[in-house]
Design a protein around this ligand. Structure first.
Ligand SMILES: [Ca+2]
Ligand SMILES: [Ca+2]
Length: 359
């Protein structure tokens, strides 16, 4: 129970789908046995009881279904303790003890994921990761022995959706500038042409925010173009909008890592918008307002839908920061085909990363 609480605390509400210590055989599991196989709960687990599956050449496994509405498109991770006693492979390479996930597609083909074991081995942690296709209609997790002989024990099983904290949508195809400049007001370099007053100190790589992970591209990739910075009154020569970025994901929530320059947060003027097009052609516009959804990079503050997720000093010694705004998608069942960023033309919008959550 302590482990469960810790796991939930680490992963937040997203993440753990279920845990099973096999003190009893929970109703979620269906038994599938052919021949002389046995399914038992016995003492001697890593903790308390465990699941003991024996096979004599046929099938011995327990199965549970994962809701495709929830987990199609997810990355499912199965971690558990496994002990093996004289497991001998059957005729085919897949005839072993295993963790197995089968995802059935609309055309009835099954995509299989498995971690397989043979032999005799004391308790050891085993892991299976499965990228469930977006169009999976049925998802089944099996623990057991297929067409082999021997005994496998399972305990301390944790099934997680590691997609819980989101996946990045790469903005690189629509990035036009970088996070650093060099010499101010020389009409060259990058960012806002403000010299060391830039966002170079924003760490590259994963930016972990409670509930969301953003990916900030390294400064050197994409010919230094790592963010989208659009036109404003102070930078009239920047593009007013980006091309549509192909996205092609189903999402419940979009999370934007963004900031601005010279935006009037007191006046709460429009700063930028994300225009999305769904797979069925319908469109939606997500308006971002200064002082509500977005702050200025050199005046890091929080507003109603602007959570300050990173701040630090830049090369000019100024305190700078970036914020997160989130948008709840009213149509999570329809794929988002593309996303385009459009400036409102006043302050200069700066978009650094976008991630999406399925929940
Ligand atoms: Ca147990
Ligand atoms: Ca410059």
């Amino acid at each position: 129970m302590v482990a469960l609480i810790l796991a939930l605390a680490v992963n937040g509400s997203a993440g753990v789908i279920f845990e099973d210590g096999f003190e009893t055989l929970d109703a979620r599991w269906t038994r599938n046995v052919t021949g002389d196989g046995t399914v038992e709960i016995v003492p001697g687990g890593v903790e308390g009881n465990c699941l003991k599956l024996s096979a004599s050449g046929g099938m011995t496994y327990v199965s549970t279904q994962l809701d495709p509405q929830e987990y199609a498109g997810a990355t499912i991770e199965v971690v558990g303790m496994v002990k093996l006693d004289s497991v001998q492979m059957g005729k085919e390479v897949f005839a072993t003890a295993k963790f197995h996930i089968g995802a059935t597609l609309p055309d009835k083909t099954v995509v299989n994921f498995a971690d397989r074991w043979v032999g005799t081995a004391d308790w050891a942690e085993k892991t299976l990761k499965a990228d469930i296709p977006d169009n999976a209609q049925r998802i089944v997790l099996d623990l057991g022995i297929q067409n082999a002989t021997g005994t496998a024990y399972y305990d301390s099983l944790v099934v997680r959706d590691t997609f819980g904290t989101g996946r990045p949508i790469s903005l690189l195809p629509i990035c036009n500038l970088g996070r650093s400049d060099g010499v101010a007001n020389d009409g060259r370099g990058s960012f806002l042409d403000l010299g060391m007053n830039d966002l170079f100190s924003l760490p590259e790589g994963n930016l972990e925010v409670p509930g969301v992970t953003f990916t900030v591209p390294p400064d050197g990739v994409n010919m230094g173009k790592t963010c989208a910075i659009l036109k404003g009154e102070q930078r009239p020569n920047l593009p007013a909008e980006t091309d549509p970025l192909p996205v092609d994901v189903k999402a419940r929530t979009l999370c934007f890592l963004q900031t601005a320059a010279w935006a009037n947060v007191e006046a709460q003027e429009p700063c930028l918008a994300y225009e999305i097009e769904y797979a069925d052609g319908e469109k939606a516009t997500i308006e971002m307002t200064a002082g509500v959804d977005v702050a200025n990079f050199d005046d890091p503050r929080e507003f109603a839908n602007c959570k300050l997720v990173w701040q630090g000093k830049n090369g000019a010694g100024k305190q700078v920061g970036v914020g997160m705004a989130t948008w709840r998608n009213p149509r999570p069942e329809v794929a988002i085909k593309s996303l385009r960023i459009v400036s409102a033309g006043k302050g200069v919008p700066i978009v650094l990363a976008v991630s999406y959550l399925r929940k």
